[in-house]
Ligand binder design. Structure first.
Ligand code: CUA
Length: 349
């Protein structure tokens, strides 16, 4: 199918078949009605043409049956399409809960990806087959859009807001990855490759081939200590700021009376604009970190905060003692290390 002139991209995800079926149905239906209408126009033009210069047309009375028929049938067709389309849409925007979580940052003009164990790559994305993959994405500058045609999936990557894309690859191979949103001079060069591998090859790649940082949750624990978050966000509670243990995914009561779910977007905003969604019972004393923490470091901090909610596996950062905080890098790294890594891809460590 890929040789010569490919009319259609290959299918390499569990979603592809469903998207294709809907697409083929839409095209077939449009073609059917286009032909039907064009043929009727030609037929009527010939059948009812004027045969002599002084011919007068006959009178015509509306037919209720005809009116009702050509209202009801198209209504049924578009409603059918609406429900079918909505089903595929919901499938695309609801990642399975057991999905492997990767992060992506778009930047003029490259894609940066990071795996749960810390492996990083640029413009290339290695993924295993048979495992749902969820990519949490953000842009460092302008709008981009991550598009992998063989997976039939595409999602905007927006500055200041997390978006997600998920897929489950089915077929090993090397496939195109595009930026699908015009983002400046070198938009057309913001492309790369998805390497779909068998789960065994993926494990090998994780263990060997990749340039790896610390796992994001672990790097986030270091950061949390090195910029001094832990001096106020005391893990055991009782600090000047709320403990972050178990916060991720929970409802948070705000000072303005509202409640929000502490998801990644809420945490990101609370780091960059602390007073915006202040937690009830605390003073607005936290400084803003806007412009001081890169999007990638924000991902790490959030991964760390999230790890504090994953079954309590993560070890608390060293306690509130400022003396401990000063030398906290090393202990935080070692203690934080065991937990998230064990929970995710044990084989790679
Ligand atoms: Cu990034 Cu186009």
């Amino acid at each position: 199918m890929q040789s010569g002139f490919p009319l259609f991209p290959e299918s390499a995800s569990t979603m592809a078949g469903q998207v294709d079926a809907l697409y083929v149905f839409l095209v077939a239906m449009s073609a059917f009605f286009s032909l039907l209408i064009a043929a009727s126009v030609v037929y009527c033009a010939i059948r009812y043409r004027r045969r002599s210069p002084d011919e007068v047309g006959g009178s015509f009375h509306a037919s209720m049956l005809l009116e009702v028929t050509w209202t009801i049938i198209p209504l049924g067709i578009v409603l059918f399409l609406f429900f079918w389309g909505a089903r595929v849409f919901f499938l695309q925007v609801q990642p399975p809960p057991d999905a492997l979580e990767l992060t992506a940052t778009g930047k003029q003009w490259m894609w940066r990806f990071q795996h749960p164990d810390g492996q990083r790559e640029i413009n290339t994305l290695h993924v295993p087959t048979g495992q749902p993959i969820r990519i949490e994405m953000i842009s460092e500058d302008v709008l981009h859009s991550l598009y992998v045609p063989v997976f039939r999936t595409k999602m905007d990557v927006v500055p200041g807001r997390y978006t997600t894309l998920w897929f489950e690859a089915t077929k090993p191979g090397t496939y195109h990855l595009f930026c699908a949103e015009y983002c400046g001079t070198e938009h057309s060069g913001m492309v790369g490759w998805v390497e779909v591998m068998t789960p065994e090859d993926y494990q090998h790649w994780l263990a060997g081939g990749a340039a790896a940082d610390k796992p994001p949750a672990e790097a986030g624990a270091d950061l949390f200590a090195s910029i001094g978050c832990n001096t106020c966000h005391v893990d055991a509670g009782g600090g000047r700021a709320p403990s972050l243990r178990g916060v991720f995914g929970r409802q948070v009561q705000l000072a303005n009376g509202q409640t929000v779910v502490a998801d990644a977007s809420y945490l990101r905003r609370s780091i960059l604009e602390p007073p915006a969604q202040l937690v009830a019972g605390y003073q607005p004393i936290m400084p803003t970190y806007k412009g001081q923490i890169s999007e990638e470091n924000l991902f790490k901090l959030i991964a760390y905060i999230k790890s504090l909610s994953d079954g309590g596996a993560a070890t608390p950062a060293p306690a509130a003692d400022p003396a401990a905080a000063a030398g906290a890098d090393a202990p935080a790294a070692t203690t934080g290390a065991a937990a998230p890594a064990a929970g995710t891809q044990g084989g790679a460590g």
